[in-house]
Write a protein that binds this ligand. Structure first.
Ligand SMILES: [Zn+2]
Length: 487
C-alpha cells in the first residue's frame, strides 16, 4: 500500500467529545448569520430548507436528489456530491469478527469487474475532487465530491462497486494490515486511546454496539475471503442503500443516469438481516477499571444510557452535552479545569445511535501519574468522579442563564449551516437524516428541534437520563509494572 491509497476515515474518532455528524473539515465562510435573520422570530434563525426529491427504484435502492437552489440566470457552483450510504455498520459485524464492517469499507476501494484498485481516487482526485469513506455503528458511507460534469461517471463507478467488487486474498491481507496500523495509531498509540476504545465494550450489556467499530486485531486477523463474500452479498445491495446526489445538477437528468446505471442491479432473494437485540435498562450502578501501559495521568468516565438518535429528547441531549463539555467556557471546563483545577481535560458526549445511545462525562486528572498498586487508589479518582457528577447536577437543578444557552444553540446551528454551504455538506445532512430518522426530508426538522430546546428541556433530560439513572463508572490507570494490558 502506498500512503496515498490509505483511506483515513472516521471509523474511530481521534478525539472524544466528538461530533460524528460533522465529518469533514469544512471551510468557515462568513455571512451565514445573515441567513433569514431579518424575517426570523426572535432568537431563531430561519434555515433555508433542504427539499430533496426522494424515490425508490424497483430493486429497492433509495435515491435522494438535491439540486442547488439558485435564482434563474445565476451561474451554478459547478460541483456536486455523490454518496452511497449502506445500512450496515459496526453493529452488524459478524460474530467473532468485530471490525469487519470497517474492514469492508476499505475493501470497497479495490478492484471491480471494470475498475482497477484505487480507481476512485483517479476518478475524483485527478479531476480536482476527492473520495473517501467512513464507518459508524449503524452505517458505512462512501462520499465523492467532483466537478458536476463528472457525476454520471461516478454513478457508474458506484454501481460498479456495489455489484461487481472482486476482492482477492492478497487485497484482504493488505487492507487488514492497513486497518491494523490504523488501530495501533488511534487506539494503542494514544495514551487515552484504550479508554475511549474501551467505553463501548464496557458499557453495552448485550447490544452489538458493544463491538468497537474499528475492531479487535485478533478478530480482524481471523477474517477470511469467505467472510468477505458473505458480508458483501448480505449487505452491499441496492435495497440496503441510499444514493444521494447533491449540487449543480438537474434532477431529471440525474434520474435518467441513476436508472441507467443502478436500475438493472439485482437483489438477492433473502432479506437483509437486521439487529433486533434490545439493550436492557441498567438496574444498578457499576464500576470497572481499565488499564494501559502508559497513562500520563489517571482518568474517570461516567456513562449513562440514552435514547436513540430519532428520539424527541435527542436535541436537548445534544445541547446538554455542549453546555457541559464543549469549549473552554463549558461547565465542566470552567469547574474542573479552570476553577479547581482538578482536571487537565474534560468532555461530555451524547453518542446517539440508531437503536439507542450512550452519554459519557469524562475527565483526565491534572498532575503526574501515580505508579504501581497505588494507581488504583489515587485519591484524585473519587474527587474527579464527584466533581463530574456535581457539575452535571448543578446544570440540571440550578439556573441556566439565557445567554449561555443561546451561545451553545447558536454554535451548534452555525456548525450545521457552515457544513451545508457545500454540496457535500448538504448531502451528508440528508444522509444523517436517513440514518437517524429513516427519512432524508427530516434534515431540517433536526435543526428546528435544536433551535427549540429550552433550559427546562435540558434540565428535564438530564434529570431523566442522568440523575435518575444508574451509571457505569470507568477508572483508567496505568497498569502495574510487569502486568500485561490487553489491547
Ligand atoms: Zn479505516
Amino acid at each position: 500500500m502506498t500512503p496515498t491509497s490509505v483511506h483515513i476515515d472516521a471509523a474511530w474518532p481521534a478525539q472524544p467529545g466528538r461530533r460524528r455528524w460533522l465529518v469533514r473539515g469544512l471551510a468557515l465562510a462568513s455571512g451565514w448569520s445573515a441567513v433569514g435573520r431579518a424575517e426570523a422570530p426572535l432568537g431563531l434563525v430561519r434555515v433555508p430548507p433542504l427539499v430533496p426529491r426522494v424515490r425508490i427504484l424497483r430493486n429497492g435502492l433509495q435515491v435522494v436528489v438535491l439540486p442547488d437552489a439558485r435564482a434563474p440566470g445565476q451561474p451554478g457552483s459547478g460541483t456536486a456530491a455523490v454518496q452511497v450510504w449502506y445500512r450496515v455498520g459496526g453493529k452488524d459485524d459478524p460474530p467473532g469478527r468485530s471490525g469487519f464492517a470497517h474492514l469492508f469499507e476499505h475493501l470497497m476501494f479495490k478492484r471491480t469487474r471494470h475498475l482497477a484498485d484505487e480507481a476512485f481516487d483517479r476518478l475524483t482526485e485527478d479531476v480536482g475532487g476527492d473520495s473517501n469513506a467512513f464507518t459508524t455503528e449503524d452505517a458505512t458511507v462512501f462520499h465523492n465530491a467532483v466537478p458536476a460534469n463528472h457525476v454520471e461517471r461516478l454513478l457508474w463507478a458506484e454501481a460498479e462497486r456495489m455489484a461487481h467488487l472482486q476482492v482477492t486474498l492478497a487485497q484482504l491481507r493488505s487492507e487488514r494490515a492497513v486497518v491494523e496500523a490504523e488501530f495501533r495509531q488511534k487506539v494503542l498509540g494514544e495514551p487515552y486511546g484504550r479508554l475511549f476504545h474501551g467505553m463501548a465494550p464496557a458499557f453495552w450489556q448485550v447490544h452489538p454496539y458493544r463491538h468497537p467499530v474499528i475492531g479487535r486485531v485478533e478478530e480482524l486477523n481471523a477474517a477470511s475471503l469467505d467472510d468477505v463474500r458473505r458480508f458483501q452479498a448480505r449487505y452491499y445491495r441496492p435495497d440496503n442503500a441510499t444514493l444521494i446526489v447533491a449540487g449543480d445538477v438537474e434532477a431529471d437528468q440525474v434520474d435518467v443516469w441513476v436508472d441507467r446505471h443502478f436500475g438493472g442491479l439485482v437483489v438477492p432473494d433473502v432479506p437483509v438481516p437486521r439487529v433486533s437485540v434490545r439493550e436492557p435498562r441498567r438496574t444498578q450502578d457499576q464500576w470497572t477499571t481499565l488499564t494501559a501501559p502508559q497513562v500520563p495521568a489517571p482518568a474517570v468516565a461516567l456513562l449513562w444510557q440514552a435514547p436513540g438518535a430519532g428520539h424527541a429528547d435527542a436535541g436537548a441531549l445534544r445541547v446538554a452535552a455542549a453546555l457541559l463539555g464543549e469549549g473552554d467556557s463549558s461547565r465542566l471546563s470552567a469547574e474542573l479545569v479552570e476553577r479547581t483545577p482538578l482536571a487537565q481535560s474534560i468532555g461530555f458526549a451524547a453518542d446517539l445511535h440508531g437503536d439507542a445511545g450512550m452519554l459519557s462525562a469524562w475527565a483526565i486528572a491534572a498532575g503526574p501519574p501515580v505508579l504501581g498498586p497505588d494507581a488504583l487508589h489515587d485519591p484524585r479518582l473519587p474527587r474527579l468522579e464527584a466533581a463530574l457528577l456535581q457539575t452535571v447536577r448543578r446544570l440540571a437543578e440550578g439556573r441556566i442563564p439565557i445567554g449561555e444557552l443561546d451561545k451553545v444553540r447558536t454554535h451548534l446551528l452555525t456548525e450545521a449551516l457552515v457544513a451545508r454551504q457545500t454540496a457535500e455538506g448538504r448531502a451528508l445532512a440528508l444522509g444523517w437524516a436517513v440514518v437517524r430518522r429513516q427519512d432524508a426530508r427530516m434534515a431540517d426538522a433536526e435543526l428546528a428541534q435544536l433551535q427549540a430546546v429550552r433550559a427546562e428541556d435540558v434540565q428535564r433530560v438530564l434529570r431523566v437520563h442522568v440523575l435518575a439513572a444508574h451509571r457505569l463508572t470507568l477508572r483508567y490507570v496505568q497498569a502495574p509494572a510487569g502486568s500485561r494490558a490487553r489491547p
